[in-house]
Design a protein around this ligand. Structure first.
Ligand code: ATP
Ligand code: MG
Length: 255
């Protein structure tokens, strides 16, 4: 690992210089953080699971024509991706009320929303990633109107597709966060999906029991975090050559 240049170390991943220009190696750590870094833990095996789950989802999105940064998985914890210029926004798409929308607008957690709601947050840890409007985004040149349109359209397509993909394995896609980047190809620039899609960046509830199978287990001290991620991976069928088996469902006793 020392032969590669480390370009960035974030809370959940490390980016290394890739083998060819324009590529990066994304390394998935076991670290978990919440409350903007105030709460920290190491969850053994999380990185391996997120690498697999994110690979699977990016590949499936690629199959329906959503451009992503993903090239291929390299090993248990690493994937090769295209280097992009990250648009400094987190694009959140919600189907069911949970988390900050419930808190801010007083909508009960678990309430189905009348339609998918897309929100933009400015990626700035020091400011706690504040929600911003399209006017803020274009005024401060964080993205162009065309890029906002692209991100909206890609997010809503991803939402429809992923809602179905998860529903097929008895999981409700409550909400998720996407990051997009600019991919320069000659004098062309394309908006592509970047970063990761995993239980760290989605709210996933068991369709029947509403049991949380995502990072809220960590945020809310519900226990069995890795077990829940492993169950998501198992249901998606990405566990085939994983090293060891895991319980069928998160342990009820820990709730
Ligand atoms: N294809 C890509 N090209 C360049 N940067 C990327 C790409 N995909 C993801 N990134 C960036 O790599 C970093 C991944 O690290 P990690 O998710 O651990 O960061 P983080 O701690 O969440 O911090 P940040 O606030 O920067 O997202 C993020 O900053 C993300 O925006
Ligand atoms: Mg991140």
């Amino acid at each position: 690992m020392s032969r590669r240049k480390k370009l960035y170390e974030g809370k959940a991943k490390i980016l290394y210089e890739g083998p060819e220009p324009g590529t990066l190696v994304q390394y998935f750590k076991d670290d978990a953080t919440a409350l903007n870094g105030e709460k920290k833990a190491t969850l053994e095996g999380k990185g391996v699971l997120n690498n697999r789950i994110s690979e699977y989802i990016m590949v499936q999105l690629g199959h329906i024509g959503i451009p992503t940064h993903f090239i291929r998985r390299l090993n248990m914890r690493e994937q090769l991706v295209r280097q992009v210029e990250i648009i400094p926004l987190e694009v959140v798409c919600r189907n069911v009320a949970a988390g900050s929308i419930s808190k801010r607008l007083g909508i009960e957690e678990g309430q189905q929303l009348p339609r998918a709601i897309v929100e933009f947050y400015y990626k700035k840890d020091e400011l706690n990633d504040p929600m911003v409007s399209e006017d803020h985004i274009t005024s401060f040149n964080w993205a162009t109107p065309q890029e906002i349109d692209d991100m909206m359209a890609l997010t809503l397509r991803a939402n429809d597709f992923l809602s179905g993909l998860f529903a097929a394995v008895n999981i409700r896609l409550v909400d998720f966060k996407l990051e997009f980047g600019r991919l320069y190809e000659g004098d062309m620039v394309r908006t592509v999906l970047a970063d990761e899609i995993s239980p760290d960046s989605c709210r996933l509830w068991d369709m029947e029991t509403n049991e949380k199978m995502d990072k809220d287990r960590f945020r809310r001290d519900l226990g069995n975090v890795t077990e829940a991620y492993a169950e998501v991976a198992r249901r998606l069928g990405v566990m085939k050559d994983m090293p060891r088996s895991v319980p069928d469902a998160p342990d009820e006793a820990a709730k």
